[in-house]
Design a binder for this molecule. Structure first.
Ligand code: SAM
Length: 267
């Protein structure tokens, strides 16, 4: 079942009822879940941990109890289980054992940021966390940006600036950042990746969920970007943008914006 990603008031009434009814609550981190239980002034009869390192072993025990007729709820630290969180091993085993699975929907960082995203984001692909290593991250971004879908991913505070810089070298698409969603320092930022780097400052803190707009909004295809990059090696941005726009039949203004971004990134 889903639990708040920040604001405890986002726990649904149904989720609260279920928390108060189940015999066993399996939580990713029992200390984090105790905060939520304190908020609703409740103690579950059995609070057990179910995290990525014990999921297989704990799943067996939980399935036995479920088959014996005991109700079990599963929560992750925050948001929706299985969405980059534990729960899949348990859900798969429960399904295989013929146990009735009941989704209790609610907060999720991905749907939260998308619910206020002013950029085109349909269809979108969710890619979870980007790889920590720079080469793998750049390769993945390049591959995924060859597709027209909007991209949604999760990012750590110490990597967000580097990732935005990588994105700026690959595309002129706009980006939305949802930082600390539903929390005191919630910030929504929308713009070109380079501009967002400036707005985030030197050592950004907090939790980040990022959306890169769908390609359909831009007429600058990947091929057009490649042409522009070659021309920029020989020509100033305005001339390179004009020629690339003519060759690739895309909007000159978009090419010029991209040309400025690319030359800015290089200098
Ligand atoms: N299952 C969770 C969900 O449904 O939101 C996602 C779990 S994932 C392990 C945690 C990551 O989600 C964080 O590192 C951050 O990238 C993103 N995230 C979680 N809470 C957030 C928030 N309040 N604001 C922005 N991003 C958040």
């Amino acid at each position: 079942m889903a639990t708040p990603i920040g604001h405890l008031g986002d726990l649904s009434r149904r989720a609260e009822e279920v928390l108060k009814r189940v015999q066993i609550l399996a939580a990713e981190d029992t200390r984090r879940t105790r905060v939520l239980l304190d908020h609703i002034e409740h103690r579950v009869p059995e609070l057990v941990s179910l995290h990525e390192h014990n999921e297989a072993q704990m799943t067996k025990k939980l399935i036995e109890r479920l088959l014996a007729g005991v109700d079990v709820a599963v929560v992750s630290d925050a948001g929706t289980p299985l969405i980059n969180d534990p729960g899949y091993v348990f859900v798969r085993a429960a399904h295989a054992a013929g146990i009735n699975l009941v989704p209790i929907p609610g907060p999720c960082a991905i749907t939260t940021v998308l619910s206020v995203c002013p950029l085109p984001c349909h269809p979108f692909s969710f890619i979870g966390f980007l790889p920590a290593k720079a080469t793998a991250r750049r390769q993945l971004l390049e591959n995924r940006m060859a597709e027209p879908d909007a991209l949604v991913f999760l990012e750590a505070p110490h990597r967000i600036l580097e990732t935005l810089s990588d994105i700026s070298l690959l595309t002129s698409r706009q980006v939305m950042i949802g930082r600390e969603l539903t929390k005191k320092f919630e910030t929504l930022l929308v713009g070109e990746p380079r501009a967002l780097i400036d707005r985030l400052g030197e050592q950004p803190k907090g939790e980040f969920t990022v959306v890169i707009e769908a390609a359909a909004a831009s007429t600058v295809t990947r091929d057009a970007q490649s042409v522009l990059r070659v021309l920029l090696q020989e020509l100033p941005p305005s001339k390179a943008a004009k020629m690339a726009a003519q060759i690739c039949e895309v909007k000159k203004s978009e090419m010029y914006t991209l040309a400025l971004e690319i030359s800015g990134a290089k200098s």
